[in-house]
Design a protein around this ligand. Sequence first.
Ligand SMILES: [Zn+2]
Length: 263
Amino acid sequence: MRKVEAGPFNRDILMKSVWSTMGLMVVLVFSAWTSESPPASNLLLQYCSDFRQIQMDVRDCAITPDSAARAFKQNIDNIRKVFGEDSCNNGAGYVYPVKGYRPKESIGGRGRGYRPDGFDLFDMDVQGSHPAHDLFIRDKNKDGLDDYTQQPADILAFSSGMVLACEKNWTVDSDRRGGNWIWIYDPCLNGVFYYAHNRKVVVDPGQWVEAGEKIAEMGRSGFNANKHRSPTHLHFMYLQIDAYGQPQPGNTYDWLLEARPVD
Ligand SMILES: [Zn+2]
């Protein structure tokens, strides 16, 4: 039997493995470079899931307002720990959340739609407040499409932050009022934004979004928003986390006026 020459054979194997290792590294570096954000950690996804569960329990009256408030504080404390002070980067400023519109032509009632009195995120019995601004588009026939473009209006992230929770599966026979909604945590402000009545949500929990990034398309989802009397709009709410870890309505009117419109 002929003996395989050890020298060239080993060098061949060695070179092959060197090349394949280098190839793998190139692939890894390239994939890390092309993916916009790293996958959310399991811990973060758990916190997102906890956030959603608290909202669901409140909605279903499966938890008392006091217990919900305590759970919310713990949940936000957990999330806050993930983001250090360094993650505060709002240099790009705020972006008007309805693409193709200017604040003044789009904010309902020149800002008078904001009525925070009596609002309690954890108490379903408290009704009548509207700690939000409704942002409208031109849609006379109320088909959910912009009358000029015949397309849905894109909803853009007002500020950078992490998607905490979203609903994508609202149906017309549902009595849920928010429809297809999104909650986003802004670690810079230590507050949460809520975008409701969307036709389509294009983000997922744990995902980081930059200010101005498309997160949804405006729609008419939600029990009242879907009724013909309701003009097509985005329900835009901001809740500031206070010193006790509790969500307090914040009036975003001035921020919206100063926000950068995107055409
Ligand atoms: Zn509203």
